[in-house]
Design a protein around this ligand. Structure first.
Ligand code: THU
Ligand code: ZN
Length: 155
């Protein structure tokens, strides 16, 4: 039987490794670039590649209300544009009053394309002043178990 461990670990910023802290800081400062005129919900992301380089992303909305780039998508696109191949970790920073904010289903699918079930996901919830309120760590395999991926294709 295949089981996926459900992990959503609350962790203190100070207990993150140096590179994880850098990832979190980069997600937070990328959030400042968000263009979220319609939802007013700013998101920043930072993707870590196989060479330990970090790629930034923020959400970018559009007046048509549908053409939205999610922060994670832009960070992953920037990772691929740089010539890197693998998403080893991603940090996401946003400010939500409810629960543990996690990446949406579309972003989980995009992470699956370049990551693995071990890809680490660090979710940072900020307060209204933009300071860190909560940090959660999980894995792509926990957020999108039984994913459809390139291995699922027959070619
Ligand atoms: N958003 C992201 O950037 N990432 C997610 O995974 C969830 C949602 C953005 C899209 C939109 O600009 C705003 O947050 C509200 O949904
Ligand atoms: Zn998303």
């Amino acid at each position: 039987m295949i089981t996926t461990e459900l992990i959503m670990e609350s962790i203190k910023y100070g207990d993150l490794s140096e590179i994880e802290q850098k990832l979190v800081e980069t997600a937070i400062n990328s959030r400042a670039q968000a263009y979220a005129n319609y939802s007013k919900f700013k998101v920043g992301a930072a993707a870590l590649d196989e060479n330990k380089n970090i790629h930034r992303g923020c959400n970018i909305e559009s007046a048509d209300y549908t053409l939205t780039t999610h922060a994670e998508m832009l960070a992953i696109d920037n990772l691929i544009l740089s010539g890197a191949k693998t998403l080893n970790a991603i940090a996401i920073a946003l400010s939500s009053e409810h629960g543990n904010p996690t990446p949406c289903g579309l972003c989980r699918q995009k992470m699956t394309e370049f990551g693995s079930e071990k890809t680490q996901i660090i979710c940072v919830n900020l307060n209204e002043r933009g300071e860190i309120k909560d940090v959660f760590k999980t894995y792509l395999g926990a957020l999108l178990p039984f994913a459809f991926s390139k291995e699922s294709l027959n070619s």
